[in-house]
Design a protein around this ligand. Sequence first.
Ligand SMILES: [Zn+2]
Length: 369
Amino acid sequence: MVDTLTIGSTRGSNPTTEHNRFGLDYRKEAAFFAPPVVPILDAHLHINGAHAAVHFLEAAHLYGATRFLSMTRLEEVNAIRDLFQDSIRFIAMADYKTTDPRETLGVGFARRIRDYHALGSRVAKFWCAPRARDQGADLGDPSLFDLDAPSRRPAMDEAASLGMTFMAHVADPDTWFATKYANASRYGTKSSHYEALERAIDRYPVPWIIAHMGGWPENIDFLDGLLSRHANVHLDTSATKWMVRELGRYDTARITTFLRRWQGRIFFGSDTVTTDDHLHGAQKVGEMAVKASNAAQAFELYASRYWTLRTMWETAWVGESPIADPDLSMVDSVRYSTNDAPPLVGRALPRDLLESLYAGAATRLIWGP
Ligand SMILES: [Zn+2]
């Protein structure tokens, strides 16, 4: 278990960065944590770039994560598997680099799902963030990416016929609906995205994993309803900054009651993204600012997620998060700067809830014996 007195005690050892606001030595800190009650299965990752992935693996192993479920580009699956061997499984994902919607979402995605399945994938990801309305518009149909859109059917039919689990990203943080998605006629209300999701869940009675605490950690009363209405729905707790900020608003009793009520249906995830761009000092890739520019920073980025999530779930830590959360200033630029962070509220979960969250639930659904 975690030595609560010593975590954070390496403060000031390293330069401060957006993912290390206290200048922690994440290698030394890991020794204060190890080992978790069960080896961690991280059920939500984006592992790409075989060079960056080496640094991810170091961080993961230091913090007790030993099995990985990853959205890796089809073209990189073999290289990543060479590195991870049997410790990784892959989630089939669309190729967003194509400009033809039939290729991105339709028959092209169905074909990729078959290819991923042949490589052992048993989960397919259906992504629908509100900003997909912009991408849809560019491809000639703003509703193209909606989870209940006809354009989804070829890929969903294929995945269902192969007996795969569906993973969905629906909606986005409330902070984004208050700002960049404020135009509801373009992006829809947050609720409207769940209406489409629930229609899709009714159409495909397969197991579903709804990422990022169902996309609505701001409203776990709603999640109670979603999980009661659909016995085939599971959630992952991935997206570290989002979870720390929004789950931090509840008292521990509410969090614990929720996890106990739905024990076996909630999976641990970090949503860590690895890319070789983290090693090369590039400033920007597409719309994403690169969050690291050399191996040392890449390691810190990856380790920061595990340090923070294990602190949240396992310890009685009370203090700020070591990871800057720019959403705070996005909603309130008077009170916050982009370097500020929300409280990180340690939950010190009981052992049986940790076992189920860290490994048991996801093992049962997607890993098997
Ligand atoms: Zn993700």
